[in-house]
Write a protein of this length. Structure first.
Length: 358
């Protein structure tokens, strides 16, 4: 069994990222083989996977196995900066380039020169920055904000996303040419529910890790607790599993975790909302939900309602937005698209929360 961990993993406890990956499940072993084949190349890579599946860990492993392993690895979250700051962060700025720029500063590309730049949540990058990023990838040089002098860079870009970039391209929110530039080597990271052979090895790792951190004696999982872990769908993936084990250790007795000690996240139980999500139903009920949706669409088709597509899209976005309590980021994750697409649609239908949450 192979294992990957983040540097200083114990300092990452409040992060939503996965701090460890194991490759025990056959699907994970196949994934590891693909990573090891792609890593030595100089090709840009795109990692696709849900939040908490370990995308940064995969990016770090790609860097470690490449010829750039002795050079910097710089990890950046594209959704963490405002649209006005992202250019300066990416490409750097000169002194006086804007109010508050009291000194010159290198951007992420220059900081990663000779190594690997990991761009997480690439789908949240504004369109105007996508144009400039594409130019940098093509020309292999950056121009700092406030300067006209290009700076040559030698950087391998590994991007990651938890949304479908192909859909974002179709919707006009992600550049097609940039998509293909990043899509040279694609790695699809399956969610934890699709690699059940990794669940118990991960749980055992977290048991040992948190027992050491808390100063506890070594704890174990009961058979019933193991069954509960294997039966859960893990919407929060590896990070959710770590949190569940951490909580269980705080409340379990006699150094053994029982099913009642595992506080697992449940999907919302409101019938109206659950009907929109197959995961909230046993598999036997999923066809009935789909049939209800199809019947509703057929009735709409028969009504000859004008601008039907726009109407259905508006209902979908408004319902999803309300379901997520006005949180744009969660709405994007629910629908499998970027927050930028959500924001554009909400502005179009006049539904955007005035507080612009998420």
């Amino acid at each position: 069994m192979s294992l990957l961990t983040l540097p200083n993993a114990r300092e990452q406890t409040k992060s939503v990222r996965a701090t460890v990956l194991v490759f025990k499940d056959p699907r994970s072993q196949e994934l590891l083989n693909r990573i090891e084949r792609l890593a030595p190349s100089e090709a840009n890579a795109l990692i696709i996977g849900e939040t908490g599946t370990g995308k940064e860990l995969v990016a770090r492993h790609i860097h470690k196995l490449s010829r750039r392993s002795g050079a910097p690895f710089v990890a950046v979250n594209c959704g963490a900066f405002s649209e006005t700051l992202v250019e300066s962060e990416l490409f750097g700025h000169e002194k006086g380039a804007y109010t508050g720029a009291t000194s010159s500063k290198a951007g992420w590309f220059e900081s990663a020169n000779g190594g690997t730049l990991f761009l997480d949540e690439i789908g949240d990058l504004p369109l105007n920055m996508q144009v400039k990023l594409l130019r940098v990838l093509q020309e292999r040089e950056v121009v700092r904000l406030g300067s006209r002098t290009p700076v040559s860079i030698n950087v391998r870009v590994v991007a990651a996303t938890n949304v479908n970039l192909a859909d974002a391209v179709v919707a006009g929110h992600f550049r097609e040419d940039l998509f293909y530039r990043l899509h040279v080597a694609t790695i699809r990271l399956p969610p934890l529910r699709e690699r059940p052979g990794d669940i118990l090895p991960l749980a055992e790792f977290f048991l040992e890790e948190h027992c050491q951190r808390l100063g506890y004696n070594r704890a174990t999982l009961s058979l019933e607790a193991e069954r509960k872990l294997l039966g859960h769908t893990w919407p929060g993936n590896i990070r959710e599993l770590e949190n569940a084990i951490h909580h269980a250790l705080l409340v379990c007795r006699n150094q053994q975790v029982q099913p009642g000690d595992l506080q697992l996240a449940e999907l919302p139980s409101a019938p109206r909302h659950d009907a929109l999500r197959h995961e909230a139903f046993p598999h036997a009920l999923a066809p009935r939900v789909e049939a209800t949706l199809e019947q509703a669409l057929l009735e709409l088709f028969e009504s000859n309602k004008p601008d039907l597509y726009e109407h259905v899209e508006e209902v979908l976005f408004r319902t999803a937005y309300h379901f997520c309590h006005g949180n744009q980021l969660q709405t994007g994750r629910l629908l499998g698209i970027s927050r930028n697409i959500v924001r554009a649609r909400l502005e179009k239908i006049g539904e955007l929360n005035l507080s612009r949450t998420g």
